[in-house]
Design a protein around this ligand. Structure first.
Ligand code: GCW
Length: 707
């Protein structure tokens, strides 16, 4: 009774709420479909030719979007025709659809049946859906639809999210609440959130998702969990998204009761073959397995004296008859290997080039250490020409201030994609390794560690949605500029009004560099707090494994700072192609952004502009802190152009970021001064507190941390 009354009151409140109050909580992402100023110019109708679940989704999306964009206005623009290139009338137009492949689309203003139309066509239903979203982007950014010609094909085949989601609902390195997968209520209940997830991904062209953490439990491969994954696959299928699973290498022991998981043991091979058959019976279009092996305590083929290729190929043989693939991670380093951590993946994998089965991709992080605010590109790119290498980036901001620091990662990914490996002369970019064009691979992929959680706004903050967006857009077309993506996202997420788009784009484009500046300037890396990786802790020196300690990475003492990776040090530079190695071998030709990554230099080292290294370092910290203050001021001026709920959250988060940035700067400077004994450069402010204060700070219960 009481509940009934409460419900009634609640319903009444919802009805009385102004329409925008709930709508702007971030749930709608970049698919907000707000009324446009010129409704009359909008397409007036949607004509769908052919029938399939995917084509119906395309039609529904357009109908819903056009109604919302039109508001109360009447639409008089040309009709939209959705059709595949197999349609006789479309074929008669002789459009260049042959090059669109299986996923590309063509969206054009044409005349059909003697009247103007906007044609959305492709060689497949999913291509039509992708084209639909491209058209909606065009409308949502107020880009105009006269003489439309949007033609695009993805440059990379597998565009995959990696969820580091645990079966108990916790997300490793997740800052947007719990996992969106409710394993407990699956497979019976598949709520609307799963559909909305698939729709958002499809709108970007993401076509795969690995549901569970690479630190995997074998349970994901048991019958009940396969059924749960199958239920999700059923929801995702019409949106063009395949399901993949992280596989625990020791599952034959844990689930199969075998005495070994040795990949060369026929019983183990048989177990995996049978397991693959079982998975494919439930999920006929299952994508395949992702594996983290012999890394950070995970089991793997090395436990049996076998190579990563032996392990990957065994799984590859199991999924091959079903059309599946294996994504085998190259993120390996061992405390038993005294060599520079940055060298270990290359040392282990490069000799295996040519030994992997055809349906294996080796998945390589953008840099050789671990998703730092800045790393030079991973030396494996270009070094394994016979193996398709998949690029792995981290969308979730484990090392870049979680969800409360504003850092647009489009610029970071553009930097790695554009990096030139020089393996086949100038222009041998990482992007061309990854898209297969440099080495002639047909199997290609890119993975992003998801920043999606159960939070109402999906990503833990409005601006973190931009990183999901940028990943999807770059995965589809890595030639897009980060700036164009930022502009597009800002227009769709807030308003196409240039008074907002221009300053927000500028904030986003500068934001990641501010984080680099206040956390790890000039090529420093891995100075974050133990375990949770939040906040500064460059002084930590007491962890069990040497390469877990920040002091391992900065090597600072009274004389100097930085990691010597030249021939006089670890010689990691030798892992790059000769011209790149030569550039990195000399501090005068090393980009200043990577200086201390490759070189150990005296504090009074003179930079190109005559300033000392110490002076430059302090100036970088100050630049980072000042940049955050600028973003905060800028954001405050935008209040009239942003709905209050989302404006207030970003405003509060920028205040957190400013506090954290100041703490990073002050703690780092206090620590370096304790080593080098140098006075602050003229005009630089002294840290607010003594070093001991910063060393005493703790961050209990920081989110996303596995322990
Ligand atoms: O960045 C590190 C993280 C671990 C993660 C690991 C990996 C999933 O701190 O939490 O484990 O990388 O990529 O495997």
């Amino acid at each position: 009774m009481f509940n009934g009354v409460r419900l009634l009151l609640f319903a009444l409140c919802v009805m009385l709420m102004p329409a925008h109050a709930r709508a702007e909580d971030g749930y709608d992402l970049w698919l907000r479909y707000r009324p446009v100023t010129d409704a009359a110019a909008l397409p007036r109708a949607v004509e769908r030719r052919g029938d399939s679940p995917t084509l119906r989704l395309a039609e529904e999306e357009l109908t819903r979007a056009l109604a919302a964009m039109a508001g109360d206005g009447r639409t008089r623009g040309p009709r939209i025709v959705l059709a595949t290139s197999a349609d006789a009338e479309i074929a008669a137009l002789r459009l260049p659809t042959a090059d669109l492949g299986t996923e590309g689309y063509l969206v054009r203003s044409v005349r059909l049946g003697n009247s103007p139309a906007i044609l959305v066509t492709a060689n497949s239903d999913i291509g039509v859906l992708y084209g639909t979203f491209a058209l909606l982007r065009q409308l949502g950014t107020a880009a105009g639809i006269a003489d439309l010609d949007l033609t695009s094909t993805p440059r990379i085949g597998l565009r995959v999210l990696n969820h580091w989601d645990n079966l108990d609902g916790q997300v490793e390195r997740g800052y947007a609440g719990e996992s969106i997968w409710d394993w407990w209520t699956l497979p019976e209940y598949t709520g609307p959130r799963y559909t909305d997830y698939a729709r958002a991904n499809a709108s970007l062209g993401i076509n795969g998702t690995v549901l569970n953490n690479v630190n995997a439990k074998a349970d994901s491969l048991t019958a009940p969990y396969i059924a749960k994954a199958a239920a999700l696959a059923d929801v995702f299928r019409p949106w063009g998204i395949k399901v993949y699973l992280s596989a625990r290498f020791s599952a034959p022991v844990e689930l199969g009761g075998l005495p070994t998981a040795d990949p060369l043991d026929p019983r183990v091979q048989e177990w995996w073959n049978a397991k693959a058959t079982e998975v494919y019976r439930a999920i006929p279009d299952f994508g395949g397995f992702l594996v983290k092996a012999n890394s950070e305590g995970q089991p793997g083929p090395r436990d049996y004296g076998r190579s990563h290729a032996d392990g990957a190929n065994m799984l590859a043989r199991a999924v091959a008859p079903h059309g599946g693939i294996v994504m085998w991670r190259a993120f390996v380093y061992a405390d038993t290997d005294p060599d520079d951590r940055a060298k270990q993946a290359y040392t282990e994998f490069k000799p295996l080039d040519g030994q992997f089965a055809d349906n294996v991709l080796v998945q390589v992080k953008n840099g050789a250490i671990d998703f730092q605010p800045r790393e030079p590109f991973h030396p494996l790119f270009g070094a394994m020409p016979q193996t398709p290498l998949m690029l792995e980036v981290q969308i979730t901001k484990e090392y870049l201030g979680y969800n409360t620091h504003l850092a647009f990662l489009g610029t970071m990914w553009e930097e790695v994609l554009d990096a030139d490996t020089m393996v086949q002369g100038a222009g041998s970019t990482v992007a061309r390794v990854v898209d297969g064009s440099l080495e002639g691979h047909r199997l290609t992929g890119i993975a992003g560690v998801a920043n999606i959680g159960a939070d109402r706004d999906w990503s833990g903050s409005t601006f973190d949605q931009a990183n999901w967006y940028a990943f999807g857009r770059l995965a589809w077309d890595h030639t897009l500029s980060a700036e164009a993506i930022a502009r597009e996202w800002a227009a769709l997420t807030f308003t196409p009004d240039p008074a907002l788009v221009q300053p927000v784009t500028a904030m986003m484009m500068a934001s990641r560099e501010y984080v680099v500046d206040y956390m790890t300037p000039l090529g420093l890396a891995h100075l974050m707090g133990t375990g949770h990786h939040h906040g500064p802790a460059p002084w930590v020196a007491d962890l069990a494994r040497p390469e877990w300690n920040p002091v391992y990475y900065h090597r600072a003492d009274r004389q100097g700072i930085g990691f010597d990776r030249t021939a006089s040090g670890s010689n990691a530079v030798a892992q790059y192609a000769a011209p790149v190695a030569a550039r990195y071998a000399d501090p005068r030709t090393t980009p200043v952004e990577d200086l201390l990554w490759f070189h150990h230099l005296p504090w009074d080292w003179q930079m190109a502009d005559g300033e000392s290294l110490w002076g430059t370092l302090v100036a970088r910290y100050d630049r980072g802190v000042a940049g955050v203050a600028d973003m905060r001021r800028q954001w405050q001026t935008l209040a009239p152009l942003v709905d209050p709920e989302r404006h207030a959250q970003t405003d509060a988060f920028l205040a957190i970021q400013q506090r954290d940035a100041t703490e990073w700067r002050d703690a780092s400077i206090a620590y370096w001064q304790s080593l080098n004994g140098l006075p602050l450069p003229a005009g630089a402010a002294a840290p607010a507190h003594p070093l001991e204060y910063y060393q005493s700070l703790a961050y209990p219960y920081a989110p996303g941390h596995p322990d």
